[in-house]
Design a protein around this ligand. Structure first.
Ligand SMILES: [Mg+2]
Length: 205
């Protein structure tokens, strides 16, 4: 299992200060390391984030489905567990129906995961939950747009036709620039009877 750096502990929740704020509020070396890393990553971000759809797919009027990661597809717990996908710092659980959701919907949509987490944490999980590669693109914390107290996911930066783009997220703040494109889902932590993804799949199919 790949070794993750300190930034894996940076969660997406908007209540947590952004690293660039954390850097001002606190001068611990860990915060500074994350802020430095994020600054470097942000300087490499170009808008639009995604290359144009291949013409054949664009002609098919393919829709793009943008999915959040934490509490939408998975839930990460710090610390040890008795099983699951564990490493030395924590483990995560996969929301019921996730694998089928990705597999089936990747036939109908261009799937993009857009997380406010840092790449090392997100890639550690996505490499495992998406071994077959149903997710076409990954967007991370550096692609989020700082706005007031939040770092939001602004779909206008994607480079996709917004009339054919949807975002599924457990944080409605992410929809504020494009409210008509957002599908809010309840946060998932550990309920194994959760039916949100199967129900959403039926709705989107
Ligand atoms: Mg989330």
């Amino acid at each position: 299992m790949p070794k993750r750096s300190v930034s894996m502990t940076v969660r997406e929740h908007s209540e947590i200060p952004e690293p660039w704020q954390a850097n001002i509020l606190s001068d611990t070396s860990e915060d500074k390391k994350i802020a430095d890393e994020l600054g470097k990553l942000r300087s490499q971000v170009q808008i639009p984030y995604l290359k144009p759809l291949p013409k054949s797919l664009d002609d098919l009027k393919l829709y793009t489905l943008v999915l959040d990661l934490d509490e939408t597809l998975i839930h990460f717990e710090a610390g040890k567990s008795d099983g699951g996908n564990e490493d030395e710092e924590g483990y995560y659980m996969i929301r019921p129906g996730c694998s089928k959701f990705l597999k089936d919907l990747s036939k109908l949509y261009e799937i993009v995961v857009f997380t406010a987490a840092m790449p090392d944490y997100a890639d550690w999980i996505l490499d495992q939950i998406d071994e077959p590669g149903y997710i076409a693109h990954r967007l991370y914390r550096q692609h989020c747009t700082p706005q007031e107290d939040y770092a939001i996911k602004d779909l206008r930066n994607l480079g996709r036709d917004l009339r054919r783009t949807l975002i599924v997220d457990n944080l409605a703040e992410n929809f504020q620039e494009t409210p008509e494109n957002g599908i809010w889902v309840e946060s998932w932590y550990d309920d194994l009877d959760d039916l949100v993804l199967p129900n959403l799949q039926a709705f989107l199919t």
